[in-house]
Design a binder for this molecule. Structure first.
Ligand code: ATP
Ligand code: MG
Length: 327
């Protein structure tokens, strides 16, 4: 294991007008990351992802708990941890008058490379991350995706064993996200270990070898995306109760009645209400859908749409927290 963390905890206290408020940002998390994998922290806003990452990167002191990163102990050898990792912050760095090439050279020199080595490292990074087109232009003129790629290039210029990426694709268009995924996979294939955070379900699913789902400062599930989804066996049926032609929201009373009837059906394992849809967990959608239709029409309820799909990571999140991450 290249990262092992146990019982990491962090609260923030802030004092305003003599009133002290405390936020338990991370409430004791354990996880282990294998060398050479893409490990993801998936969770909603405020779950504690950034705080955990900042603790591991020695930027915030844990209140409690232990961690070792690439063989160095977080508490007793923070300088060694820093040498062995890279860190790319959520919002990215500052984007001023400098250029990608200049920043890359500067970063390499900061990590101790002589000027000539720094120049060739920068050149290699520009090629690897496909920054050629704009490497000598002011960073303030880059697109979001171009900046993000530069951020990651800066984070790995000293060839760290582990790179921490905080929301590497937040706010990027689909094309830039796909490109970032390619870069992250390439780093893994070159032997680096990647620890990233995301609140995108599809990103956790498609990009990460293993994930931890974090909510309100606690880890609620952990495993490979497919193992986690397999825990939710069977199919998911989505019953949309909005009127088919008007897209208007159904009456609350109708929603309530429909969810009550369906929850009582023997073939429905559980039923969750999300906005104007009901999410049913069943063994087999093929046999359940006709029965759902019948049960509803017996009560003169006509759904706008019914569809089924395989369980997703959002279903895992819902099963563990009672809430959905998708919205
Ligand atoms: N320096 C701080 N002072 C006070 N509270 C903080 C501080 N940093 C974080 N918090 C609080 O700790 C909690 C966890 O924040 P954190 O940034 O770790 O969440 P996150 O999972 O990264 O969320 P997001 O997806 O929005 O980036 C939040 O309630 C946040 O407001
Ligand atoms: Mg964050």
């Amino acid at each position: 294991m290249i990262i092992e963390a146990s019982a990491l905890r962090k609260s923030f206290r802030s004092r305003r007008k003599r009133k002290v408020t405390s936020v338990d940002a991370v409430r004791g998390v354990d996880f282990a990351v294998q060398r050479g994998e893409i490990f993801g922290f998936l969770g909603p806003n405020g779950a504690g992802k950034t705080t955990t990452l900042r603790m591991l990167a020695t930027l915030v002191r844990p209140d409690d708990g232990e961690a070792t990163i690439a063989g160095a102990d977080l508490r007793s050898a923070p300088a060694q941890v820093r040498e062995r990792i890279g860190f790319v912050a959520q919002a990215g760095g500052t984007y001023g008058q400098s250029t990608a090439r200049r920043d890359l050279i500067h970063q390499a020199r900061m990590y101790g490379s002589p000027r000539s080595t720094a120049k060739s490292l920068a050149e290699a990074a520009i090629r690897a991350f496909q920054l050629e087109e704009f490497a000598d232009r002011r960073i303030s003129t880059y697109s979001g995706g171009q900046r993000r790629r530069l951020d990651v290039a800066l984070g790995v210029i000293h060839s760290p064993q582990v790179i921490f990426l905080d929301e590497p694709t937040a706010g990027l268009d689909p094309q830039s996200r796909a490109r970032m995924w390619r870069e992250v996979r390439r780093l893994r294939d070159e032997g680096m270990t990647i620890f990233l955070t995301t609140h995108y379900l599809d990103e956790a699913d498609a990009l990460c070898d293993r994930i931890s789902i974090i909510d309100a400062g606690l880890i609620v599930a952990e495993g490979t995306p497919s193992d986690l989804k397999r825990e939710i066996s069977g199919d998911v049926i989505i019953v949309d109760l909005a009127a088919p032609d008007t897209a208007g929201a159904p009456e609350p009373a109708t929603m309530l009645e429909a969810s009550k009837i369906l929850a009582e059906q023997p073939y429905v394992r559980s039923c969750e209400t999300i906005d104007h849809t009901l999410r049913l967990y069943v063994d087999s959608a093929a046999t359940a859908i006709p029965q759902v239709m019948r049960a509803l029409s017996n009560k003169d309820i006509e759904p706008g749409a019914i569809e089924s799909r395989r369980p997703s990571l959002d279903d895992v999140f819902l099963a563990k927290t009672g809430r959905t991450l998708a919205d």
